[in-house]
Design a protein around this ligand. Structure first.
Ligand code: MV4
Length: 451
């Protein structure tokens, strides 16, 4: 095992990784920007180094600077957390070149899964169901129109380098395609530096269900069940739960085994997530693979009893997975709510100083946060300030605990989405498990006005 690890991240996830390192007796090195000098991850780490100005381009995304700190402090490995450099193949490659272990998969696998077209190709090859569509770039609108005719409208136009819904559009007719193709191509080129477009059949009212996998460097791979992440707004997840109330055990097992087949085919290592779209008939289709630890990993930890960061560290250090598939338990129901510093009416970020902060406690309540009374929320970073995770014997009990915990959650000085969360967890359609990806728009759009 490593004796010292650098955490190339900030906020709650940096604190989360430090906590597991401490549990395992691993020394920790934090890096921070000028805006984060008083942050919790800086206090918790064994050592902490200022790496630059508040803007991520001048600090948390400065690969050379982070590598330099790792070398100076003799850190043997870097945990990238999520976001920032976590899915940057250049950073993974640079670590490797400099003799530092990147805690994640191989750089080439990150690059392969970072391209939607390449990942679709690999998955189809592996025998994993992908959404009907094409796995080659569309060179122009004429080719797009011909392809759409074959697939059948409605189709979804997507950017191969895409993320966050940018360059992505549902198209219902050839006329609409003629109007929108080039605009999406341009947006993709601007945002991602790559205007490569492809298309898929549009799946209506899907659910977003993802499978957590763990793969060691010795060919062993496990699935850790699923998370349902359908409650989201503008591609920003708001609520995640495990298990999904929509899946039956047969589909669950099939999806898990499919995810393992996918991971083995690409020689995946470390923790990863295979995202699927699941239609009304429970047919599932590969959507994307995330090659990092995810924000919502705690719900999986709660039902399996595993520490995913510990497993990541062990895998990266070359250990063999200590479990077989039948050892992976699935106990109870866990729900995560993301607490955002945002105006619940306009959904705009609400930066400022948190004058009072108190999280709910209780046996079934877990808080992941790096803010406290007196912390400031700056506009430089993601507005997610905390995650509230609850566990219950079943979904209903977990929802009850969640509502109670939200009632006891105190944040003053800035606005948060807590009022929205309360509405989600008291909504009859949520209670009934009708959690499709349009939930917030469909059921809470009107409520937004008065909130
Ligand atoms: C889709 C889809 C329907 N059909 N693809 C949204 C994020 C991007 N990475 C993929 N997304 C979607 N792809 C086809 N062929 C619907 C979505 C989608 C969605 C997916 C997961 C979670 C929330 C979503 C919200 C809107 C649209």
């Amino acid at each position: 095992m490593f004796s010292k690890v650098l955490i190339a991240n900030r906020g709650e996830i940096a604190s989360r990784v430090i906590r597991t390192c401490q549990k395992l007796g691993i020394k920790t090195v934090a890096v921070y920007s000028e805006a984060d000098a008083d942050s919790l991850h800086v206090k918790l780490a064994g050592e902490a180094y200022l790496i630059g100005k508040p803007r991520v381009n001048e600090s948390y995304l400065n690969m050379e600077k982070i590598i330099e700190v790792a070398k100076q402090t003799n850190a043997e490995a870097i945990h990238p957390g999520y976001g920032l450099l976590s899915e940057n193949p250049d950073f993974a490659r640079l670590c490797q070149k400099e003799g530092i272990v990147f805690i994640g998969p191989d750089a080439d696998v990150i690059a392969q899964m970072g391209s939607k077209i390449e990942s679709r190709k690999a998955m189809a090859e592996a025998g994993v169901p992908v959404v009907p569509g094409i796995s080659f770039p569309l060179s122009n609108v004429e080719e797009a129109a011909k392809t759409a005719e074959k697939i059948g409208y409605p189709i979804m136009l997507k950017a191969s380098a895409g993320g966050g819904g940018i360059g992505m559009q549902v198209v219902h007719s050839e006329e609409e395609l003629q109007k929108t193709f080039e605009g999406n191509q341009k947006r993709a080129a601007t945002f991602f530096g790559d205007g490569t477009m492809y298309m898929e059949k549009y799946i209506e009212n899907p659910r977003h269900i993802e499978i957590q996998i763990l793969a060691d460097q010795h060919g062993n791979c496990l699935y850790l069940w699923e998370r349902e992440c359908s409650i989201q707004r503008r591609h920003q997840k708001v609520v995640e739960e495990a298990p999904s109330s929509f899946l039956d055990d047969e589909t669950r097992k099939k999806m898990g085994e499919t995810a393992v087949k996918a991971a083995k085919h690409i020689h995946y290592t470390n923790a990863g997530t295979i995202e699927f779209l699941v239609d009304e008939n429970k047919k599932f289709y590969f959507l994307e693979m995330n090659t990092r630890l995810q924000v919502e990993h705690p719900v999986t930890e709660e039902i399996t009893g595993l520490d995913l960061v510990e497993e990541q560290l062990r895998i990266a250090a070359g250990e063999v997975l200590r479990y077989s598939q039948t050892d992976i338990k699935k106990d109870g129901h866990a729900i995560e709510a993301r607490i955002y510093a945002e105006d619940p009416k306009t959904f705009l970020p609400s930066p400022g100083t948190i004058t009072f902060f108190e999280t709910p406690n209780g046996e079934n309540v877990r808080n992941e946060t790096a803010v406290m009374s007196g912390s400031s929320v700056t506009p430089f970073y993601d507005p997610m300030i905390a995650k509230l995770i609850v566990k219950g014997q079943n979904r209903q009990k977990a929802i009850e605990s969640m509502l109670q915990a939200l009632e006891n959650y105190k944040v003053e000085g800035i606005k948060t989405n807590i009022p929205l969360l309360k509405e989600v967890f008291s909504h009859p359609e949520y209670l009934a498990g009708n959690t499709t990806t349009d939930f917030i728009n469909k059921y809470l759009a009107k409520a937004n006005i008065k909130r």
